[in-house]
Ligand binder design. Structure first.
Ligand SMILES: Cc1cc2nc3c(=O)[nH]c(=O)nc-3n(C[C@H](O)[C@H](O)[C@H](O)COP(=O)(O)OP(=O)(O)OC[C@H]3O[C@@H](n4cnc5c(N)ncnc54)[C@H](O)[C@@H]3O)c2cc1C
Length: 403
């Protein structure tokens, strides 16, 4: 039997759920159906996990402004859900000032953005860093501390948005993998699932993270996206220092010959056990760690990368030398310029797409969801998403049919 709805959302990661939440806030009641192949924010998605950093410290001011706008959405969501979703424990960016620009920026450029935007921050040199936190910062190392930064309770935020949207009519079907999306001659979109469901919708939102290209293929569009396998896990923390660690992000030199990408991060320790979430923010440039399709993704932690992470913690922090409790590998969907894709398919305004979260989209999710809802409802997005257009040279493949 064919089902008719107003909007189908494909993908129940943070972006699909945020778009659903925004669409269900509309005055006009819409029938919104979210199809998720596995479960909401499942373990293989990029949204899995209990925490995500938020910060203004970006080399590109665009993301700093986006974070300020998204902060308002997070606060409104907290009020609507009646739960605290943000923890404002600050964030320290530190490292060798000579590192240069990396995928996540650099200490001097983040500092310049903070100055230009007038955001409260402190600039600290190695000695000050070592006095304030249990660090082993070396001479020449500098840091910027953003006290207003913090982290989001990731899975709680997704659950809150899904619950509130369901209260306003959102239908969620888990275990329903979309097999194809096509435009019919009538102008309606037809979505088929692997279980055999057929849905007709006026509009479709594709929020399928690293699976985006599989879904866009029947629509004749492919994007230049690379899927990175990134390692993260939990490190044992010296219980005596548990209260002393900040949330941190470290910029070190990339050592390509050894696979060490030099970018590491950590969250403040857990309140219930002596562990802290830590991770590597890089994937070596080879087929084991960077792929084009999730069919080729390697889920097993690599012992060399794990040993880099352990060595980094031991060499840079006091009391983080007892090894890792667990390590996992998750996908980042990377664009070549680090900007996301948030746009309607050129020549096919019925389909809006978010892709290329580039390891940083979570903190902006409710705002990105609102922008997707605006595009879906043929409105101008509430935030300037022109840098995120699909048909830009770093993302749009020449092999795509001209719209
Ligand atoms: C380890 C890690 C740490 C990160 N840290 C941060 C951070 O500190 N701060 C920050 O802002 N961002 C961070 N990010 C990035 C952020 O989490 C991602 O950009 C964001 O979660 C992407 O969400 P998404 O909804 O686009 O994709 P996903 O979460 O991958 O969701 C896509 C969903 O689509 C579903 N799907 C796929 N194909 C189909 C289909 N055919 N039919 C139906 N459903 C389908 C999948 O099952 C999946 O649930 C991090 C990411 C990772 C992996």
């Amino acid at each position: 039997m064919t089902v008719q709805v107003d909007v189908v959302i494909v993908g129940g990661g943070v972006i699909g759920v945020s778009a659903a939440y925004a669409l269900c806030q509309e005055q006009k009641a819409l029938h919104v159906l979210l199809l998720e192949a596995r479960t909401i924010a499942n373990a293989s998605s990029s949204s899995a996990g209990d925490s995500r950093m938020f910060r203004c410290m970006y080399s590109r001011e665009y993301f700093g402004r986006m974070k300020l706008a998204a902060l308002r959405d997070w606060q409104l969501l907290e009020e609507a859900a009646g739960v605290g979703l943000l923890k404002r424990h600050g964030l320290l960016f530190y490292g060798d000032v000579e590192t240069g620009e990396t995928v996540q920026g650099s200490v001097p450029d983040a500092h310049r953005t903070m100055q230009r935007m007038g955001i409260p921050h402190e600039y600290l040199h190695a000695e000050q860093l070592n006095c304030r936190w249990p660090m082993r910062a070396k001479q020449g190392c500098e840091g910027v501390y953003e006290p207003g930064a913090g982290s989001v309770h990731a899975n709680q935020a997704i659950s809150a948005m899904a619950r509130l949207a369901q209260q306003r009519g959102l239908e969620i079907r888990e275990g329903e993998e979309v097999a194809s999306i096509r435009r019919l001659q009538s102008g309606k979109m037809r979505v088929r699932t692997k279980k055999g469901s057929v849905i007709h919708a006026a509009k479709v939102v594709v929020a399928a993270g690293p699976w985006t290209n599989e879904l866009l293929r029947p629509l004749g569009v492919q994007l230049d996206l690379e899927i990175w396998a990134v390692h993260w896990g939990h490190a044992w923390v010296d219980p005596g220092r548990r209260e002393q660690y900040p949330q941190w992000y470290s910029f070190g030199r990339e050592r390509p010959a050894t696979w060490d990408g030099g970018l590491y991060y950590g969250f403040p320790p857990d309140s219930t056990e002596p562990v802290a979430k830590v991770g590597c923010d890089f994937a070596p440039d080879c087929r084991q760690f960077r792929v084009k399709s999730m069919a080729d993704f390697h889920w097993e932690p690599d012992p060399v990368i794990v040993s880099f992470l352990e060595a980094f913690l031991r060499d840079n922090w006091l009391g983080l030398d007892s090894g890792l409790r667990d390590v996992r590998v998750s996908p980042y969907t990377m664009t070549r310029d680090g900007f996301f894709v948030l746009d309607r398919i050129p020549g096919m305004p019925e389909v809006s797409v978010f892709a290329g979260g580039s390891g940083r989209a979570f903190k902006f999710a409710p705002l990105l969801g609102r922008c997707l809802a605006d595009l879906t409802l043929d409105r101008r997005p509430c935030f300037d998403v022109s840098p995120l257009r699909m048909q830009r040279s770093s993302v749009w493949l020449e092999s795509n049919a001209q719209p």
